[in-house]
Design a protein around this ligand. Sequence first.
Ligand code: GLC
Length: 545
Amino acid sequence: MKGEVPVPSRDSGNNSWWRQGVIYQVYPRSFQDTNADGIGDLEGIRRRLDHLVSLDVDAIWISPIYSSPMADFGYDVSDHRAIDPIFGTMEDFDRLLDETHRKGLKVILDYVPNHTSDQHPWFIESRASRRNSKRDWYVWRDARADGGPPNNWASEFGGSAWTFDEATGQFYYHAYLAEQPDLNWRNPEVVAAMLDVLRFWFDRGVDGFRVDAIHHLFEDEQLRDDPVNPDWQEGLSPNQRLLRVNSMDQPEVHGAIALMRGVATSYANERLLIGEAYLPIARLMAYYGIALSGFHLPFNFHLISTPWQPKAIAALIDEYEAALPPGGWPNWVLGNHDRSRVATRLGPAQARIAAMLLLTLRGTPTLYQGDEIGMVDVPIPRHRIRDPFATNAPTFGRDPERTPMQWDASPRAGFSPVEPWLPMAADFKRHNAASQFADPRSMLSLYRALIALRHKEAALTLGTYALVQASENVLAYERRHGERRLLIALNFGEGFEELESLSPPAKLLLSTDPTREKEDFARAPKLNPNEGIVAELTPPNRVGR
Ligand code: GLC
């Protein structure tokens, strides 16, 4: 059984906080503004900590807060060791870290190793001349004979991944914007400098990092073209036109990750490393590293892209569970600042089912801010578009899922005293954290109940997973820890559903349907339309298959 496989020595086994904890992503620009510039800040996160305490999450991951020209809203770092004034000061950071810790939560920062800002002093030096000592810190290549870029590699945001530098007559490579030149991780000085960045923040007391765009860290040294994707068609994102077999997910990446892990492991309190890599399951597994020398948690984004059908989700869970390396801990994600919100993708009724799924699966869940109150993508009028991705691919812009948190019914939802950087949702007066806090039927109350149950029931964190039913409309599975057995049954459909195989007695612990009374099931229960339940199976060994 997977849970019984030994884990590396520095890691405190199944009791480590990140195995049993829930992670919450804060997108700082949109969490809480306290200095009246329409953009969220560190002091805002500090003042809203009680929301996270009442939700009872275990850790916050904060998207980048470092000095940045903000071409990609902080994912273009110009000083890894300084706080951008938009977000506050280092004193603000230390205060936030301290107070978050005192409230019992961990703090995870974002680490952006693949690229820097073009305004980073390293790149300014690198582009100064071909002979500069930092020239090789980035990926510079000569033009092809015809003067064109070195190969066909494409930026994630559309267009060529190469930009010509007039002054020095070479192209530099950027997996994302031209303002985000890629670092050359084949240069040992780059490796040393970037590992030092980890130490800087670990020494300050941060508990871990979410490592950005890790699959882009290395590209084929011979610069071989990426093949054209034969399945690409109009309507798909421009970044899917090519199959990135040469421009990403190269074998060298695992050595670099092992070095990052080495730094994390050298600290007395285990520090967590989460990797961001959008890859098929089989490729993703390599990011746990040989003998788990890689990420503790390579982010698993497959719930975002898998069709929302019980059979497809059951197959995904089986494939993922079966692919995990021995001792590798699973994790699940429903949304983030780069993807359309779950309540928009699935609709409000199924977003409740998705919440129950996320918080009852085996593996660490990560929530995206606002999903706990069922926020939806906000339509962005043309003149308010901010995301550079939207310039090349308007329908793929990420602004709709980045709009400010809806705290209460006061002007601008309590987010800011001035017009925010992105528009507020039109319905924030009805739809906000304060009104939901008081309403037992709300999404927020459901999230709080689910997280409370997850913290109470070892079966939900440490327990095994077994599929019970995957039919047209119902996904049901059992989580078991010792004698404790919980059944989770989710109705993906609009009609009533019978559970195929549940023999009584079972006791209802939680339902997503606020109209359902707490009751003992005298017989196999019917699920209401769009209802999910967690039920206790007692006594053990009475459930048929
Ligand atoms: C990651 C971030 C995304 C950013 C990109 C480039 O995918 O989540 O927001 O644009 O990396 O850093």
